[in-house]
Design a protein around this ligand. Structure first.
Ligand SMILES: [Zn+2]
Length: 96
């Protein structure tokens, strides 16, 4: 299973690190057929979001998708450029 998100202080309206209230993150282990999940709570109110995760996918706020599907959607929003497999080259010779 993937590495869990590191523990956080989860204080209400904690602006110390980001200048805005930090998302509060709670983890619950999976049990039986139930996948492990993260509960994300807004730093400033009671709004929340559940993320269930497994080796092959994520369910975020009740929406199911494969990891590749979520990567295509979330990485650009996080300004992370996904690696382009077709452009990966052998580093010593720079050949495809
Ligand atoms: Zn809020």
């Amino acid at each position: 299973m993937r590495t869990p998100i590191p523990p956080r202080r989860n204080r209400f309206y904690d602006t110390a690190r980001f200048g805005q209230p930090e998302i509060r993150v709670f983890h619950k282990a999976g049990r039986g057929k139930k996948a492990p999940r993260y509960l994300l709570k807004c730093g400033c109110c009671d709004q929340k979001l559940e993320i269930y995760y497994a080796e092959d996918g994520l369910e975020i706020g009740g929406v199911n998708g494969t990891l590749d599907d979520w990567r295509e959607i979330l990485l650009p929003l996080l300004e992370i450029v996904p690696p382009k497999r077709s452009r990966r080259r052998c580093s010593p010779c720079r050949q495809p």
